[in-house]
Design a protein around this ligand. Structure first.
Ligand SMILES: NC(=O)c1ccc[n+]([C@@H]2O[C@H](COP(=O)([O-])OP(=O)(O)OC[C@H]3O[C@@H](n4cnc5c(N)ncnc54)[C@H](OP(=O)(O)O)[C@@H]3O)[C@@H](O)[C@H]2O)c1
Length: 309
């Protein structure tokens, strides 16, 4: 049976990926695509794979809630989702909402959707799903298998392509400012630091950077261990943790940005280990727009609708 989906924020970087991913599925039908800037233009102008017929519309929160759909995906900037959630709650509470922003990742009444770590049971019953952040996905995938063995807080050193900063112009997505450059920002208290700490249940430190390439994230994670391990045992731990997860590949090689960029899933490797076996360094590469956003949203959507991921 085909399930119907509406997309709000369809013009943005993650919205663009969602248009492509939804169009590729025979069990999902895109019934509206909202963009204020592109209203009146065919969706196929931006995303030819969607086919002809569907036009971008500028839909208010009430208009979105008035359009029948099994699910609505909100791909809006942080702070913009609340009116849409309120209108859907009031008009059609059974509609599944997937929110890509950070607005509900700290709300216990929403289900946090990172299936490879937190499982699929809650997601299969959920109607309100908070999609994780991109760096937060990479950091958590790299830390989770060692959660019970930490001696102190892990530190995630992250580098992202500039599509991570969205389409609203800023220094962090300005190719001129980024050329031959690497920009650190939010050195303490980044939302993804709080997000990783909350969901992993341990304090995490995180320093983000943005670079001149468009897409892809690399998280290099320092992890102090309570008990020493061998490199073989360390790799085996990750292989066991992600053995049944097609979107997470564990390798003894060193992942680079280009191993994650344009790929649907994450690659975890590196596995540096100090001579005393108590300090591990794990590297995770993924595409911020895919496993860091749109692919994960589609996984969560399909789990909630009872469809294959
Ligand atoms: N980029 C990433 O790597 C990434 C990864 C994970 C999560 N996220 C999260 O996903 C969300 C979307 O990110 P993005 O990078 O796709 O952003 P983006 O490229 O800046 O796109 C934002 C979209 O929202 C629409 N929009 C903006 N303000 C709006 C408002 N007040 N009401 C209705 N529509 C509005 C814009 O279209 P119109 O102006 O045409 O309406 C546009 O389609 C963000 O919350 C971000 O934090 C992003």
């Amino acid at each position: 049976m085909t399930r119907t989906v509406g997309l709000v924020g369809a013009r943005g970087h993650t919205g663009r990926e969602l248009l492509r991913l939804i169009a590729a599925r025979s069990d999902l039908e895109l019934v509206f695509a909202s963009s204020r800037e592109l209203a009146g233009q065919p969706v196929s102008d931006l995303a030819p794979e969607v086919g002809t017929g569907l036009m971008f519309e500028s839909l208010s929160a009430d208009a979105v809630a008035g359009r029948p759909a099994d699910a609505v995906i909100l791909a809006l900037p942080n702070g913009a989702s609340a009116p849409f959630v309120a209108a859907i709650n009031a008009a059609c509470p059974q509609t599944v909402i997937i929110d890509l922003s950070a607005d509900y990742r700290f709300d216990a009444s929403w289900t946090y959707g990172l299936p490879e770590i937190y499982g699929r049971d809650a997601l299969s019953r959920a109607t309100r799903i908070a999609n994780p952040g991109c760096y937060a996905t990479a950091g958590q995938l790299a830390i989770a298998p060692l959660r019970e063995r930490l001696a102190s807080q892990p530190h995630v050193f992250g580098v992202s392509g500039y599509s991570g900063a969205g389409t609203t112009p800023s220094r962090k997505n300005d190719p001129d400012a980024l050329r031959d450059n690497l920009m650190p920002y939010a050195l303490t208290g980044h939302l993804h630091e709080q997000e990783m700490s909350r969901h992993l249940g341990c304090e995490v430190r995180f320093t983000p950077h943005v670079a001149a390439f468009f897409r892809g994230i690399l998280a290099t994670v320092h992890i102090a261990l309570g008990e020493p391990v061998t490199r073989e045992a360390l790799i085996a731990l990750y292989e066991d943790a992600y053995r049944d997860e097609p979107l997470v590949r564990v390798t003894s090689d060193m992942p680079e940005i280009r191993d994650g960029a344009d790929a649907p899933g994450a690659v975890i490797g590196g596995f540096g280990l100090s001579a005393d076996g108590r300090h591990a360094v794990v590297v995770c590469a993924l595409d911020n727009l895919l496993k860091g956003a749109a692919v994960q949203a589609l996984q969560n959507l399909c789990l909630a609708l009872g469809l294959p991921e």
